[in-house]
Design a protein around this ligand. Structure first.
Ligand code: NAD
Ligand code: 0WE
Length: 254
């Protein structure tokens, strides 16, 4: 199997609809060992059964905006596993108010929050876990089309994803010295918790069905399968890259 015995630490499972869940499930099916990190105690009761279902070896709580919390997570992972092979960052957050209306109205605090949770957290995670990343390991993060093109209401998250994608390229150079690769998957829209309550999300899904080359939306399984490729030796020469899993929507012009 592609990920036989590889240890994968996964951040960002909130429930079974999470993209990180789809990734974890495909990792498991390809022979990986799993550990899960969740944001808050409120999510723990949903994570524990999911970890059990997928044969996870531990769950740990970590707020990625808190350096001390990241340090504690690294110490805990070191105890369980020592070095590991795959790190998944599937985390984003902005104030709901900042995902509607005019981008120009984004407050300084709202901008900072979105950047901290959704972009800087990848830098902090890579730095904190670097000593534990095995020589040929793979780091993955999740991005979206709105980083590069204006998508109505995506607003400050688009700016944060642009920062995330640029960070990824700089991180690829720093981590590359050690043979560690880092890539992003740019997923098409999927109805997860982070998509719930977004006004107009249904019409975004409908637009993809009508216009994308494949005339369908993507699933967390589609994303998970590309994640297996990026986490495995099949992608041994690929780093700093953004791979679209979006039914081809991004290639369209008029
Ligand atoms: P989700 O709500 O299931 O996952 C988001 C996760 O971020 C949750 O598990 C949440 O607990 C975690 N999180 C938020 N703040 C955190 C913090 N301070 N510390 C630790 N964890 C924190 O939604 P999802 O759609 O699976 O989102 C996962 C990733 O995929 C995000 O980066 C998102 O931007 C990206 N993405 C989503 C879509 C989509 O349409 N759903 C498309 C492209 C990219
Ligand atoms: O990255 C995302 C979602 C990110 C997100 C979603 C929420 C909703 C709940 C970040 N923070 C929050 N905060 C909340 O309070 N996506 C790619 C999904 C998404 O979100 C959109 C989209 C798409 C697509 C928001 C507006 C327009 C399109």
């Amino acid at each position: 199997m592609l990920l036989d015995g590889k240890k994968a630490l996964i951040f960002g499972v909130a429930n079974e609809r999470s993209i990180a869940y789809g990734i974890a499930k495909q990792f498991k099916e390809n022979g990986a060992r799993l550990g899960f990190s969740y944001a808050s105690e409120a999510i723990k009761k949903r994570i524990d059964p999911i970890s059990e279902e997928l044969g996870g070896e531990f769950t740990l709580q970590c707020d990625v905006t808190d350096d001390a919390s990241l340090e504690q997570a690294a110490a805990s992972v070191k105890e369980h596993w020592g070095e590991f092979d795959i790190l998944v960052h599937s985390i984003a957050f902005a104030n709901r108010d900042d995902l509607q209306g005019r981008f120009i109205d984004t407050s300084r605090d709202g901008f900072k929050l979105a950047m901290d949770v959704s972009a800087y957290s990848l830098v902090a995670m890579c730095r904190t876990f670097e000593p534990l990343l095995a020589a040929d390991s793979s780091v993955l993060t999740m991005t979206y089309y709105g980083s590069d093109k204006v998508v109505a209401n995506y607003n400050v998250m688009g700016v944060a994803k642009a920062a995330l994608e640029s960070s990824l390229r700089y991180l690829a150079v720093d981590l590359g010295e050690k043979g560690v690769r880092i890539n992003a998957i740019s997923a098409g829209p999927i109805k997860t918790l982070a998509a719930s309550g977004i006004s107009g999300f249904r019409s975004i899904l409908k637009t993809i069905e009508e216009r994308a080359p494949m005339k369908r939306n993507v699933t967390t399984e589609d994303v998970g399968k590309t994640a297996v490729y990026l986490a495995s030796d099949l992608s041994s020469g690929v780093t700093g890259e953004v791979v679209f899993v979006d039914s081809g929507y991004n290639i369209l012009g008029m």
